[in-house]
Design a protein around this ligand. Structure first.
Ligand SMILES: O=C(O)c1ccccc1NCC(=O)[C@H](O)[C@H](O)COP(=O)(O)O
Length: 207
């Protein structure tokens, strides 16, 4: 359904039973095998060491691994050495301007950042899928300061994605709850989201 709606990438939440959208590694491995090559496949991993992330990648074969925790930069560096062919995206949770400090820390080792909402250090850590917008002023500053592509996530929907693109100017956008009804992907919401993204892109490109 998402591929038919024209998405550039699919994300697989291999994050454990705390998420209702969790999916098992073997199902991901089946889907990545048959995904058209024009569509990127993002493995969302909660692993924190290079060896464990590499094992997760090898068992699921995505084009891209999305690292949900702020892992030790030494592990990020080692992952680049042992898995050089998978695209690596570091998630940064935008809780304050401290998010900007992650740019020099991870830029040498990853291909892109993904700015999300969440509270990784809370008593019950929140790593994504919150349905909440983050501070777009900070996200825009992050985009301007980063030499790497930056994706924006967090509470996006067909109604607000145009404003998000205009204000933050991300490389790409990512969402979960905003295109679902009762927990399931909804084709009309997906189509409305894709249309809003296309309109915002066209307006920026013709400005
Ligand atoms: O979606 C989840 O349930 C989830 C749980 C734990 C870690 C990450 C999770 N999702 C990560 C994503 O990339 C979501 O697309 C992103 O957080 C945006 O979600 P939303 O705010 O619901 O659009």
């Amino acid at each position: 359904m998402a591929v038919e709606a024209g998405v550039d990438a699919l994300g697989f939440n291999c994050v454990g039973p705390s998420s209702p959208r969790n999916i098992g590694d073997s199902a991901v491995a089946e889907i990545t095998k048959f995904t058209p090559p024009s569509v990127a496949t993002f493995l969302l991993t909660v692993e924190r060491t290079a060896d464990a992330i590499a094992a997760h990648v090898r068992s699921t074969r995505p084009t891209t691994v999305q690292i949900l925790w702020n892992i030790d930069p030494a592990e990020s560096s080692r992952l680049a050495d042992i898995e050089p062919h998978v695209r690596r995206v570091q998630v940064v949770h935008v809780e304050s301007r401290a998010a900007l400090e992650m740019i020099p820390i991870y830029s040498p080792y990853v291909h892109a950042f993904l700015l999300d909402s969440g509270q990784p250090n809370a008593a019950t850590p929140e790593l994504g899928g919150t349905g909440r917008q983050n501070d777009w002023a900070i996200s825009a500053e992050f985009v301007q300061s980063s030499r790497l592509p930056v994706f924006l996530a967090g509470g996006l929907s067909p109604a607000n994605v145009g404003d998000a693109i205009r204000q933050v100017r991300p490389f790409g956008v990512d969402l979960s709850l905003g295109v679902r009804i009762a927990g399931r992907l909804d084709p009309s919401k997906l189509a409305a989201f894709a249309l809003s993204v296309r309109k915002a892109d066209e307006a920026l490109n013709s400005a």
